[in-house]
Design a protein around this ligand. Structure first.
Ligand code: PEP
Ligand code: CO
Length: 457
């Protein structure tokens, strides 16, 4: 195709040979085995010709804001479901998710006194890494469920065979989600700015209610102040909102990767801000090869197993020109391991000279299973990891520039603790996640208040 051949002529020297499907020459982990190659290619071709979901202007604008966060001038709030499902692409779910992220961002902005960049794990978070390729039940082994983009959850042969059509269904769901998000945002979503319209009953249940009420009052006062000097500008001001998902399923990411001749660069236009998961960050693997060639800002999940050398190689390969805003490290060590690893990775990154945005994911290192078999996370461990991250960055002459949370705007019971004191026996009441446990509306708001409280004194 014309756009592709042009790229080979004008892309940068190290990316000279790079193409959206170059990853196929590398070891690709966490990919399903499609049984019909022609069907796969046809789905990729259809996806390649459909309009992109996001634009490079939005992507570059986000990169600039992330560069500001790297300098300490903004803070990133990234959150959403562990995995989205096609069935849950409903009006209510989108509204609730946008609402919680917007309200949290106002609490955080009040605490930090700096802009908060809002990013959803939304409109494409349809593929999940799995620890085993197959699942066995009663002596029958079938491919593991890898997310709605790839196969279906029911344990039957037909459902579990990877189906390339699902990439098209995923693209459509993402487009529907994004269309609604954009309309809500353009329409102002204005009343949600005001804490009078928030569901804050939980505040009264907390031993920290005085502090939380103080934060809510500060949010109200600041909004009133701005409204009084700016008419109703604050109420109607357009809110910015960006999308992200794990760039896991490479055929999908590849299909929407476009060379933009006006920028002379490649962009993944399924999302503004893809990330590389912990299990696919091998330096010579297919995911790093794919991410190397795109110009989007990108996250990389960093766990305790990462060596200093690996981290430095990732920086060199993914940000060879030290571009501001390009790289985000999302650390997920766990409350009891963060002390052992965060200081060393901060030092390792410093030695490369590349700017990095440091974000704390206090979810994935704090997952445990209850005796009843529920995967859960304790609110206290989440807060402890976050507080340690803030402190360790400061002690290391760095700063924490954002948080990455698994949350929902719904009233689920998947994580333990918080103002309402949810305990193990409450989990059965409304446990909906098929994958990782999420903070519910109240727990997520409380996390935002705890973070804001640290800076509001
Ligand atoms: C996730 O963010 O849902 C995820 C799988 O992350 P990690 O790679 O950190 O386990
Ligand atoms: Co998860």
């Amino acid at each position: 195709m014309e756009v592709y051949s042009r790229a080979t002529m004008s892309n940068s020297i190290e990316n000279n040979q790079w193409q959206p499907d170059s990853w196929r020459t590398c070891q690709a982990t966490q990919q399903p085995l499609y049984t019909n190659e022609a069907h796969l290619q046809s789905a990729i071709e259809q996806l390649s010709s459909l309009p992109p979901l996001v634009t490079s202007w939005e992507v570059e604008s986000l990169k600039n804001q992330l560069a500001a966060a790297q300098r300490g001038e903004a803070f990133l709030l990234q959150g959403g479901d562990c995995a989205e499902s096609f069935d849950e692409c409903t009006s209510d779910n989108v509204v609730q998710k946008l609402k919680i992220l917007l309200q949290m961002s106002l609490v955080l902005a009040t605490g930090f006194k700096k802009p908060v960049i809002r990013v959803g794990r939304i409109a494409g978070q349809y593929a999940k890494p799995r620890s085993a390729d197959e699942e066995t039940r009663d002596g029958v082994s079938l491919p593991s469920y890898r997310g709605d983009l790839i196969n279906r959850m029911p344990f039957t042969v037909d459902d579990r065979i990877p189906d390339p059509e699902l990439m098209l269904r995923g693209y459509e769901r993402a487009a529907l989600t994004l269309n609604f998000v954009r309309s809500l945002i353009d329409g102002g979503f204005a009343d949600l700015h005001h804490p009078e319209n928030w569901d804050l009953d939980f505040v009264g249940e907390s031993p920290m209610s005085a502090e939380y009420n103080e934060i809510v009052k500060t949010v109200s006062d600041s909004l009133e102040f701005f409204e009084s000097i700016a008419g109703d500008v604050v109420r109607t001001r357009r809110v910015e909102f960006y999308t992200s998902h794990e760039g896991l399923h490479l055929p999908y990411e590849q299909a929407q990767t476009r060379f933009l001749s006006h920028r002379e660069r490649w962009y993944n236009l399924t999302t503004h801000y893809p990330w590389i998961g912990m299990r696919t960050a091998d330096i010579s693997g297919a995911h790093v090869e794919y991410f190397k060639g795109i110009s989007n800002p990108m996250g990389i999940k960093i766990s305790a197993t990462v060596s200093d050398e690996h981290l430095q190689e990732l920086i060199q390969k993914l940000n060879p020109n030290n571009e501001p805003g390009r790289l985000t490290f999302i650390t997920r060590f766990g409350a009891s391991n963060i002390e052992d690893h965060l200081p060393r990775v901060i030092e390792a990154a410093k030695k490369t000279g590349s700017p990095v945005l440091w974000v704390c994911d206090p979810m994935h290192g704090n997952t445990e299973t209850t005796t009843d078999g529920y995967k859960t996370r304790r609110f206290d461990n989440i807060i402890t990891e976050l507080q340690s991250a803030f402190r360790i960055h400061t002690e290391s002459g760095s700063h924490l520039g954002g948080v990455h949370l698994e949350l929902t705007g719904e009233n689920v019971t998947e994580c333990i603790g918080g103002a309402r004191g949810l305990n193990e026996s409450d989990l059965a009441k409304a446990y909906k996640s098929q994958v990782d446990p999420r903070l519910n509306y109240e727990q997520a708001m409380e996390v935002a208040m705890r973070i804001a409280g640290q800076f509001n004194g």
